[in-house]
Write a protein that binds this ligand. Structure first.
Ligand SMILES: Nc1nc2c(c(=O)[nH]1)N[C@H]1C(S)=C(S)[C@@H](COP(=O)(O)O)O[C@H]1N2
Ligand SMILES: [Mo]
Length: 254
């Protein structure tokens, strides 16, 4: 195949609902010509990126011996809002996670209810876009279990995570979003423990997202509410997340 044919092939996939053809099919990423095309830095749409990345694959997991001596904290490390301060002062006893938007069953859950959900523990590497990584052990509720309880409408597409903090001096709270496929990935957690201890405030207490196959900025800390939506162009500045609104990619696959 010549470069031009390849390019036309990709365009046809994009135009013709090619997602359906590719979904669940990873063979393309194994073809050298296709990898070359990627390496040339072609501007592929998120849809094609998603289709060729084996999204259902598991992120690498590590052993206890690999855990970083200290897990670096980044971004907000101590939210200063009065509501959050009050919750923290009381050991998050009054914390409630709200789950709403396009769901049949809106929910308000305290930490006991979240801890009662099916859980998972995993040792993974966190990669920040700024160029550092840390390995930690995360325990949390499987997001898929929570989503199933909430019963999303059939046309719901994304989960938006609304956080307690305003990063830096921003006038808008931190937020993030992921799609239903990542929400159902077995390693996607609402984590409440780091290295076997309750999640420290610096790392997002009482609850933070782990979406292990993406970069650190996707992993919303201080999650207060989850909104199920079919689009996010009306939230924040419309790009699906605090850093996305400031130029970062929405899909930050690693
Ligand atoms: N609410 C909130 N979540 C956030 C951030 C933030 O500033 N506020 N920073 C993000 C970034 S850039 C990274 S790398 C990770 C850092 O997580 P850590 O503090 O546990 O290392 O949190 C992400 N989630
Ligand atoms: Mo980051």
């Amino acid at each position: 195949m010549t470069d031009n044919t390849r390019r036309r092939f990709l365009k046809t996939l994009l135009a013709g609902g090619g997602m359906a053809t590719l979904t669940g099919c990873d063979y393309l990423s194994e073809k050298p010509w296709f990898r070359d095309t990627l390496a040339q830095g072609e501007k592929l749409s998120d849809a094609v990126q998603h289709a060729i990345t084996p999204r259902k694959a598991m992120a690498r997991e590590f052993t206890p011996a690999d855990i970083s001596p200290s897990f670096r904290a980044n971004g907000t490390t101590d939210p200063d809002g009065t509501e959050y301060r009050g919750l923290a002062a009381n050991g998050f006893r009054d914390y409630r996670l709200k789950v709403g938007g396009m769901v049949e069953n809106p929910m308000t859950l305290d930490l006991a209810a979240i801890r009662a959900l099916p859980s998972r523990t995993q040792i993974t590497r966190h990669d920040c876009v700024e160029g550092w990584s840390a390995i930690g052990q995360w325990t949390g509720a499987r997001l898929s279990a929570l989503v199933e309880q909430a019963r999303p409408h059939p046309d719901a597409r994304y989960l938006v995570f609304h956080c307690a903090d305003r990063y830096g001096r921003s006038d808008s709270p931190y937020y993030e979003s992921i799609d239903m496929e990542d929400a159902h990935h077995p390693q996607t957690l609402l984590a409440y423990e780091l290295n076997g201890e309750p999640l420290p405030i610096a790392n997002g207490a009482p609850l933070r997202l782990r979406v292990e196959r993406q970069l650190g900025y996707k992993m919303a800390k201080y999650v207060m509410a989850i909104e199920v939506v079919d689009r996010f162009d009306h939230i924040g500045r419309g790009k699906g997340g605090f850093w996305e609104d400031r130029g970062y990619a929405w899909y930050a696959g690693i």
